[in-house]
Design a binder for this molecule. Sequence first.
Ligand code: ATP
Ligand code: MG
Ligand code: MG
Length: 561
Amino acid sequence: DGRRFSGTPGDAAHHAAAPLDAARIRTRFPPEPNGYLHIGHAKSICLNFGLARDYGGACHLRFDDTNPEKEELEYVNAIKEMVQWLGWSWGDHLFEASSYFDFMYAAAEALVNAGLAYVDEQSAEDMRANRGDFGRPGVDSPFRNRSAEENLARLREMRDGRHADGAMVLRAKIDMASPNINLRDPTLYRIKHAEHHATGNTWCIYPMYTFAHPIEDALERITHSICTLEFEDQRPFYDWLLNQLADLGLLARPLPQQIEFGRLNLNYVVTSKRKLRQLVEDKHVSGWDDPRMPTLVGLRRRGFTPASIRAMVEATGASKQNAWIDDTVLDQALRADLEPQAPRAFAVLQPLKLKLTNYTEVFGSAEHREPCEVAAHPHKPELGLRRFSLGPELWIEAEDFMETPVKGYFRLFPGNKVRLKAGYVIECTGAEKDADGQVTAVLATVIPDTKSGTPGADSVKVKGVIGWVGAHEAVVAEVRLYERLFTEPQPDAGGRDFLAFVNPHSLRVVQGFVEPSLAGAAADQRWQFERHGYFVTDRVDHRADKPVFNKITGLKDSFAK
Ligand code: ATP
Ligand code: MG
Ligand code: MG
């Protein structure tokens, strides 16, 4: 699947370079397949694939699988699917970092032979203590000045499984007094007797990320190795390593350049695979694709479009600052994408019965159905008409009736007239109540000859227009109303226990009614429910005969949460 190369280390650089096309710039997105991608990864994806697209280059999808952890095929597949869902393609540039293990080991031996690396047998504590810290130079290891021959012998013992985990490591020999702690003889290889999903038990030593990553970039002839800001202090080592290997004839110039960009962080969520996994494992959410999760699978299931995610990521630009983006920015991008294209529909989420008491009188029979129609989209005639019908009983939104209206309320109250959108003007005459005085139905009369789209439509002026669904044809639907997953904008700031800020009210499920044009809807379709916001049929649970809608976002920002 991923591209693997074999061959002797000497011509490995040639081997890796040979099959590549002549792209002018070459970037890569290098996820570790140990979890699902989140909104922060979308930033990296769009940046890397976007640069390649804009400058006639290529972007590699590289699975960074140098850790001998069990790789889950589930994650690999989900990562590929999400990169494609966002609209990008890696073409035939699919790579697996573990396929470079032979080269990496040969590079390690070459560094040892050149006196640029040594095997250190200090304990982990001594190594840490002797590294020094900011303002205090490190202390040379007693093993630092062994001969190349002795180091090579030790390294081969490490490779051959003659030593236990942690007994010794291979370190670069640079400068224990460097002001940059990353240059104080960083570790290149560690012993780990662990099986690797791709290489099995071939190896019991594994390269450190800081050693492996520059080599992966160089072998793939990456030009711009884009990473997040926390790697800035690693850049001198990145350059040191690649230049040494090029001088030793193992790598070809020009070498890749590491370039750092700010992380994208979203308010009211956490973006760390470890923390997201905790939310899943502790069952705060239903899974990685729970519509409240900032994972790409979660955002997709919630109803966010790839275009809205790309627009949001692009709006944040590529800066040298870690950006905290308000979650409303994502909602605005979604509205901007859907407003011009999503068909409209009536949905009643807190239903109250409305009875038209003069229906038979006006239409001749209680069985009569008066056809009504309205444009699916106010500015897109090509989307056609929505058709539904009026009957003697309707469902309306409970908040569209007030027995005693507050000032400025123009909807239903006794004595007031409103228009049933795409239907008739009606006049409220009262309400039915149960023994507790709760309103069980609103009563109204139809005013004849006021149907929308007919000459008499303007004969009665009203201030209020309400949505409705005929009780005889309403489609029962489960509607999932989401709010923020956390009650705090930065739930994990300062190492706090982010689980303490999980919003217990982030999901509310109601049973509502939607208009008949939505009967039989497919999954993953979006509408604007008039007055309520944007909704999508759930891609997992929705069935044509058992509809499930997710609320993506409201029609405008609501800060009263
Ligand atoms: P996490 O900390 O969530 O596990 P990670 O950085 O370890 O994320 P990787 O799979 O190693 O996850 O990331 C792949 C790429 O995505 C890396 O190049 C990384 O820099 C980038 N990336 C990860 N998170 C963000 C973010 N919040 N903003 C921008 N880029 C990110
Ligand atoms: Mg990582
Ligand atoms: Mg990480």
